[in-house]
Design a protein. Structure first.
Length: 576
């Protein structure tokens, strides 16, 4: 074969290879186009389907991946971001009673298995467990099973005990702020507290990823609950409650009622088999007694009735006022100034001030303080006040020293905030307020009246019935109140409610603190007394040094409110 022929043959082979490659590339391009077209068609169809789902009200909602990963209920936090309520994936313990391949559902007897389950869950009821395991019906045995508990149950070797996954509402702080938070039932509905109030917001798919911040400060809340629990135990009281309120915004920094409950297990009952869903601070009215007296004095100063603080009012141990006798704890002298009447807690002098003020003026002032309506707060279950049927002269003289009108302690806290903050009443709130969003409120006292009341309240704690509420360096002011519990059968001398309403620091008030003890007993820890000075006031005296620094109020022994114009008018004393 010649060289030319060989060269021609090689060239022809190369051309064939090139043609093959071109055909293969052509085929590959078409295949790629077909695949791309397929994906394009699928994308168009998917987009059309999503559009259809978005406009068709009867079709199930299409969720994005982010939405699908959101918890079923938004988190609740305190004002500083501390979690108070959150969604938590957990296990339940389910008994599957269906036999497997004809074999019995259980390997062990119901009695034996119940005993073993009691070792893992000691709070369960043995008889109930035996009943469930013996009934031959599938049923839940328990919810909120921890992983380590599930491991122990699995080790029992019973295939009929299963662990379906659940989403549970978890309260990481336990019983803290239980009456503020409430709880969530098995159907995912919020009950009794802010879980109920915010139910729609917490469930909103568009908002579930955004926590809701309450006004509560977990540190202050913990301190309040701790001191309340100690004093309830020390005085052997039936219950108690307390509140810490910002006087400039109305924000509630702490709100407690005891005995409390665990929102993680809200169905647990107390030792007497009774539920613990009783909120002392908003769910019950009380005649709060002498804590009312500063409000009466403030109303009289504001109305121009009391212009000379040195004026002496007739006193003694008993006096007929508005046709009825009024008694004091004992005689504090033939006459008393207003400062003396407050530090001794004289019913006689306050009844006279009420009589001089008159029904219309006193009732109008109390109405402006919100006493004629439910207490202002987001919580459900708030009680309406129990007001006099008619504001006669007799009624007015009794209301003036805290009898004949029943309110919640929250009513009192908001009123004291207005009395010390310059005279502005604001509604209390459990929602965190931005610094520039505080409600304007309404004026109920003159600024000059508020300034005088700050002096008088500080005087009561310095040398009067509130001495056990004093906290060195914090300039505490306040008033005691002890009242017999009244019902349809009349007043009960053996049952009292004691209250202390305080504010600090009195030279520039920032916070009001109110504590109430329900049916305290005379014990060794209370020096054999049931009165507020020995049962409610000590809570304040121990609480304020704990929470003051947390709230930016540091003790300063070199500062105090100026009392020089009042000091010559008073002598130290006691009373309620």
């Amino acid at each position: 074969m010649t060289a030319v022929a060989i060269s021609t043959q090689k060239s022809s082979g190369r051309m064939q290879l090139v043609n093959v490659r071109q055909r293969m590339l052509h085929i590959a391009k078409w295949r790629l186009l077909l695949v791309a077209a397929g994906f394009g068609a699928l994308a168009v169809a998917s987009t059309a389907r999503l559009a259809y789902l978005g406009v068709d009200g009867d079709a199930p909602a299409a969720l994005s991946m982010a939405e699908a990963l959101r918890p079923p209920r938004a988190e609740i936090t305190d004002r500083n971001g501390v979690p108070l309520a959150r969604a938590l994936p957990t296990f339940a313990l389910w008994f599957d009673a269906r036999p497997m391949d004809g074999d019995p559902a259980l390997v062990k007897s119901p009695q034996e298995l119940a005993r073993e389950l009691m070792q893992i869950f000691p709070d369960e009821n043995y008889d109930n467990l035996v009943s469930v395991l013996s009934a031959g019906k599938s049923a839940y045995i328990r919810h909120r099973v921890l992983p380590e508990e599930a491991d122990k149950v699995q080790a029992l070797g019973e295939a009929a005990l299963q662990f379906p996954k659940e989403e549970e509402r978890f309260y990481p702080q336990g019983t803290m702020a239980a009456f503020v938070l409430g709880y969530v039932d098995r159907n995912g509905n919020g009950l009794i507290g802010m879980e109920q109030v915010l139910d729609a917001r917490l469930k909103d798919p568009a908002m579930r990823g955004q926590p809701v911040a309450l006004s509560i400060d977990a540190r202050v809340q913990g301190a309040l609950e701790d001191e309340l629990a100690k004093q309830i135990a020390a005085s052997n009281a039936k219950g108690g409650g307390g509140i810490v309120l910002d006087v400039e915004t109305g924000e509630v920094l702490a709100f407690a009622s005891g005995p409390s409950f665990d929102p993680n297990r809200p169905s647990v009952l107390d030792a007497n088999g009774e539920g613990l869903m009783h909120n002392v601070m908003t769910g019950q009215n009380y005649e709060l007694g002498s804590v009312f007296k500063p409000l009466t004095v403030a109303a009289a100063i504001d109305a121009g009735l009391i212009t000379d603080i040195a004026r002496r009012w007739p006193a003694g141990s008993q006096m007929v006022i508005a046709g009825r006798p009024v008694h004091d704890h004992k005689s504090y002298g033939a006459s008393l100034t207003v400062p003396e009447a407050l530090i001794h807690s004289s019913n006689i002098v306050l009844a006279q001030i009420g009589e001089a003020l008159g029904p219309q003026a006193l009732s109008a002032n109390l109405k402006s303080l919100g006493f004629f309506e439910k207490p202002y707060l987001e919580l459900p279950g708030r009680r309406n006040p129990q007001l006099p049927r008619e504001w006669s002269n007799i009624t007015t003289t009794r209301v003036a020293f805290g009898h004949g009108i029943s309110l919640t302690p929250l009513h009192l806290a908001s009123a004291y905030a207005a009395m010390v903050n310059g005279g502005i009443w604001r509604p209390a709130t459990l929602m965190k307020i931005a610094p520039d969003k505080a409600p304007q409120g309404r004026r109920v006292f003159k600024a000059s009246t508020s300034a005088r009341m700050r002096q008088l309240l500080r005087l009561i704690v310095s040398i009067g019935t509130g001495r056990k509420a004093d906290a060195a360096g914090y300039r505490v002011g306040g008033k005691t109140g002890t009242a017999e519990i009244a019902d349809e059968f009349g007043y009960h001398k053996d049952r009292v409610v004691s209250t202390f309403a305080a504010a600090f620091p009195m030279d520039a008030p920032r916070y009001v603190v109110v504590t109430t003890m329900v049916e305290p007993k005379a014990t060794a820890a209370t020096s054999g007394q049931r009165t507020a000075g020995y049962t409610a006031a000590p809570v304040i005296g121990k609480l304020i040094p704990r929470i003051g620094p947390l709230l930016g109020v540091m003790p300063d022994d070199g500062r105090d409110i100026d009392l020089t114009d009042l000091a010559p008018l008073v002598a130290s004393g006691d009373g309620e």
